[in-house]
Write a protein that binds this ligand. Sequence first.
Ligand code: ZN
Length: 163
Amino acid sequence: MKHCVINWLADDEVAISGIVDEYADFSEFARCAQNTLTVDFAEVTRMNSSGIRSWIQAIMKHKIKLVLRNCSSVVVEQFSMIPEFVGKNGFVESFYVHYHCVSCQYETKRLFVPGRDIQISESPQVEPHLPEPCPKCADVVELDHNPEIYFAFLRFMKPRQAS
Ligand SMILES: [Zn+2]
């Protein structure tokens, strides 16, 4: 099990990976106080309530404006339930959507960009399956999430503002 790793890619860009739990330390975020921080969440595999609390506290304390990139499904599941995770001025730039074949073991994921691949609205239209058939067995490849829950963050997220 890999604990939370914070990897700075630039002064205003960071990649977080592993498990965000009670050992996660976001004190380094002080350097981005009052500013925009882009966070790549592609490699986050699990989050618990302690980790989420630390995250929200750090973002609020330092008044960071978030841009969330490549959000893994575990992260999307959290911020769709907890708007404070993204913050008042935060924005989800891109996030993963998972699919599985109804007949075989095939699984795949797609990167969605809000505003391009899905509407930012009260009731975003979500296709329940991929347009193309399963590459292994040609059956239907179905959405792996409850769309009412998974895409809930699009209801409260504001369109991206120029910074
Ligand atoms: Zn299949």
